[in-house]
Design a protein around this ligand. Structure first.
Ligand code: CTP
Length: 216
């Protein structure tokens, strides 16, 4: 059961929330379920797991230390301060954009322009993949796609500079649902994980991490 003992793992999970004012925000449909289950399974196998989570309704899995964040910038800062780690897994659905301006007081409808100005958020997975001093030995991303799954995921792995990417078809009921289907893409192989519960997908990922460890 303790085959991942000695491995320190940082996982991001859930959505990020980008505030417009104290009342309104931009976010997405991520439930956090897949990331939390990965944290749970890896901890069950003896890994030291730190879960950096955007807002979700989920309880913290046993033996996992959770750091709560809201925005993409908070999430990046938390990841930076938690490094080093042996493995980094980016499961979070990070908002790509945030409002250019935060209104300290609730903005009047009339004051908010009908076209909200947005600026791009930092790319956490890319930052960790390109870290000069503290790059983890194994950096894993997720590619959430609704179309051209493999092609887009392969390109995303190279663009982000991560070692593995898990191509995830998020059309249909995957976001918020209890099942998932994925393809693990590395530099030299592609392994299909047929539709299964999110926990079973987490177990497959734990097995893949364990197998790569055994070859080192
Ligand atoms: N990711 C991240 N920081 C961001 C955006 C994404 O860490 N600002 C991570 C996600 O956690 C995931 C991977 O990058 O592991 C891919 O996320 P995805 O939403 O599929 O891709 P994007 O970078 O948003 O690209 P696009 O919107 O063009 O598909």
């Amino acid at each position: 059961m303790n085959r991942l003992e000695g491995l320190s793992i940082i996982i991001t999970a859930g959505p990020t929330v980008e505030a417009i004012d104290p009342v309104r925000f931009l976010s997405n449909r991520s439930s956090g379920k897949q990331g939390y289950l990965i944290a749970e399974v890896l901890a069950e196998h003896g890994a030291d797991v730190r879960l950096i989570s955007g807002p979700t309704c989920l309880p913290c899995p046993n033996d996992v230390s959770r750091i709560d964040v809201e925005s993409a910038r908070d999430m990046l800062a938390a990841v930076e301060s938690e490094l080093p780690a042996s493995v980094f897994i980016a499961v979070a659905a990070v908002s790509d954009w945030r409002p250019a301006e935060f209104y300290e007081l609730k903005a009047e409808k009339a004051a908010l322009s009908s076209t909200l100005e947005l600026v791009e958020n930092p790319d956490i997975l890319k930052a960790v993949s390109q870290h000069t001093e503290k790059r983890p030995d194994l950096v894993i991303g997720f590619a959430a796609e609704t179309h051209d799954l493999l092609e887009r995921a392969r390109a995303k792995r190279l663009r982000k500079g991560c070692d593995w990417i898990i191509a995830n078809n998020v059309s249909g009921d995957v976001m918020g649902g209890d099942e998932n289907a994925a393809v693990l893409i590395t530099s030299d192989r592609e392994v299909e994980w047929a539709r299964a519960t999110k926990r079973e997908i987490a177990v497959k990922l734990a097995n893949a991490i364990d197998a790569t460890r055994a070859t080192h």
